[in-house]
Design a protein. Structure first.
Length: 412
């Protein structure tokens, strides 16, 4: 039996972690990642300065001014947020949450036992301002699903979404206030592992997909925000179990977002598969596409295929393209009418001509990926984190392909 429980809704004024400054004049909302509101997305890279605890860094390079800001955990803003031994978890996401014309970052920090708490760092005319806000901790049982964004109530404003052990939670912002809407999972669930957002049924409202080891839950967006969470038949073939990774985009360009999920075979981590499940109006996810690294390359297997995923329309044909990392190389697969094109793709590794190839080469190339336009041509550029060598390598998109020529390299 599926119980439908009413949504929990509450509105809170975000608690500033630092005293508020005078608010700036009203501008149109900024694009995601455009922290200084000059119309160009800025480069945001994260990492550790050395092995161990102390020095988590968030570095921003502003595209137009080339000015760099580095926030280390010991800076007043982050110190306030990362109290004690709290460490940031995952990667930041960006949107102009308070709609003041400067994009903001949302990030989360983890606590012992796996809980997390999201926070917002606000942008301004000169980039990150130092203003920040902690988001209310919704439930003591936090989990480690990534932060996601979407427009779940169709008001054309970007909301933030998280999950905890019992609920899917969204934050809808109105200036520096946030309306929190939570929808309980229909049954006791172990920790959710997969979490993605997209408009899977194509009605203009963002939807959430949550998965644990075997089961799938969906919450469809409505004019009021996320609707009741219900179980669905997931895209999982029975012989596979989910690792943790998922992402969404419209890979076949039919107007319905599609889900890509990393699956392990029952045999273990050997040659994980990616399953693309296609969205649709009534019964999404009935059509799937499955492939592994060995499908792409022949005999070669890799244990970490799908460890990282990023989605963006690299070639500008209106279909989402997918970057997939296996911790030694990155594949760029292009969307097509039938789904991802598995015949014509690109690969990059530290041995690719033009890329930095430090010696000795350590694993972890592409542990984090992002597709965000930093050159201003409207095409996303491929950000590749290589944490073992403390680098983010940004490959530009040139002539509808990702180019290894003259990459930009950032050290967090
Ligand atoms: Ca803002
Ligand atoms: Ca929808
Ligand atoms: Ca689609
Ligand atoms: Ca494309």
């Amino acid at each position: 039996m599926i119980r439908i429980l009413a949504a929990t809704v509450l509105t809170v004024t975000l608690v500033p972690a630092l005293p508020a400054q005078a608010s700036s004049a009203r501008k149109a909302p900024a694009k995601a990642w455009d922290l200084d509101g000059d119309g160009r997305r800025d480069v945001v890279v994260t990492g550790f300065t050395k092995e161990g605890r102390d020095a988590v860094r968030l570095r921003v390079e502003y595209t137009r001014t080339k000015k760099r800001t580095t926030l280390v955990r010991t800076s007043p803003i982050l110190k306030k947020i990362f109290r004690n031994d709290l460490m940031p978890w995952g990667q930041p996401v960006s949107a102009d949450f308070d709609r003041d014309g400067y994009a903001d970052l949302a990030w989360a920090f983890g606590e012992a036992g796996g809980a997390y708490r999201p926070f917002v760092l606000y942008g301004g005319a000169k980039g990150l301002t130092g203003k920040s806000a902690l988001l209310p901790f919704f439930d003591g049982n936090g989990t480690k699903t990534p932060l996601r964004t979407g427009d779940f109530n169709g008001d054309r404003r970007t909301d933030l979404a998280v999950t905890d052990k019992t609920s899917a939670v969204t934050f809808s912002f109105s200036g520096r206030k946030a309306k929190i809407r939570a929808q309980r999972f229909p049954a006791a669930y172990p920790e959710p592992e997969g979490f993605s957002t997209g408009d899977f049924n194509g009605d203009g409202y963002g939807d959430l997909i949550v998965s644990d080891d075997q089961r799938w839950m969906i919450s469809l967006g409505t004019p009021k925000g996320i609707g009741p969470v219900r179980e669905i038949t997931g895209p999982a073939p029975r012989d596979l179990s989910i690792r943790h990774n998922s992402a969404a985009g419209d890979f076949d360009g039919d107007g319905y977002d599609d889900l890509v999920v990393e699956y392990l075979t029952d045999a273990g981590t050997d040659d994980p598969e990616l399953v693309v499940a296609f969205g649709g109006p009534a019964t999404p996810f009935t059509r799937v596409q499955r492939f592994s690294e060995s499908t792409l390359t022949g005999a070669q297997k890799a244990n970490w295929f799908g460890f990282s995923l990023a989605v963006g329309d690299v070639n500008g044909d209106g279909r989402s393209d997918l970057a997939v990392g296996d911790r030694t190389r990155v594949f760029v697969l292009y969307g097509s009418k039938k789904g991802l094109n598995l015949r014509s793709f690109q690969t990059f590794s530290a041995s690719t001509r033009g890329l930095p190839h430090p010696k000795p080469l350590r694993p972890g190339f592409g542990e984090q990926l992002r597709l965000t336009d930093i050159t201003g041509d409207g095409r996303p550029d491929l950000h590749i984190a290589y944490a073992a060598h403390r680098k983010w390598i940004v490959l530009r998109t040139v002539k509808r392909r990702v180019s290894p020529v003259k990459p930009r390299v950032f050290t967090p």
